[in-house]
Ligand binder design. Structure first.
Ligand code: CUA
Length: 151
């Protein structure tokens, strides 16, 4: 019966997709690249560059973002870049494990206390990009979000 074949096929595709996204989450989020810098999570505020979280323009279409994550917010909150910008993120957590996921991009990283997570993303399309914490971090986890505006 052809229905059965289609059912099997679509089931197979869903499974394939799940394996793929699972792998991506693993490769992007869980992977702790060797050579990742460490810092004392108790002293984030006194440790450069996290003593001055913010955005610095480092090239013609290039920016560096130094950001701390803490229950239940991102510092700095609200980022804005011109379209076509390449943005280098340096992230760390001040308390528990958080996630840094930017909807509409491949950005999806785990941000752990004691580690500096470095990721780069180019933003070509103008718009508001929703930034979410995708690791459960406590009662306010659902509220932990911000936006990146590209224009
Ligand atoms: Cu931070 Cu969930």
């Amino acid at each position: 019966k052809s229905e059965k074949i289609w059912l099997t096929l679509s089931f197979g595709m869903i499974m394939g997709f799940m394996i793929l996204t699972g792998y991506q989450a693993f490769a992007l989020g869980m992977g702790t690249p060797s050579g990742q810098t460490t810092l004392d999570p108790q002293k984030v505020d006194q440790t450069a560059p996290f003593d001055k979280p913010g955005v610095t323009q480092i090239g013609e279409n290039e920016y560096e973002v130094v950001m701390t994550l803490q229950i239940f917010s991102f510092t700095p909150n609200k980022l804005e870049f011109p379209a076509g910008s390449t943005v280098h993120f340096k992230l760390t957590s001040k308390d528990v494990v958080h996630g840094f996921e930017v909807a509409g991009t491949n950005l999806n990283a785990m941000v752990m206390p004691g580690y500096v997570q470095e990721i780069t993303q180019k933003f070509d399309k103008p718009g508001d990009y929703l930034v979410l914490c995708n690791e459960y971090c406590g009662a306010g986890h659902q509220l932990m979000s911000t936006t990146i505006t590209v224009k």
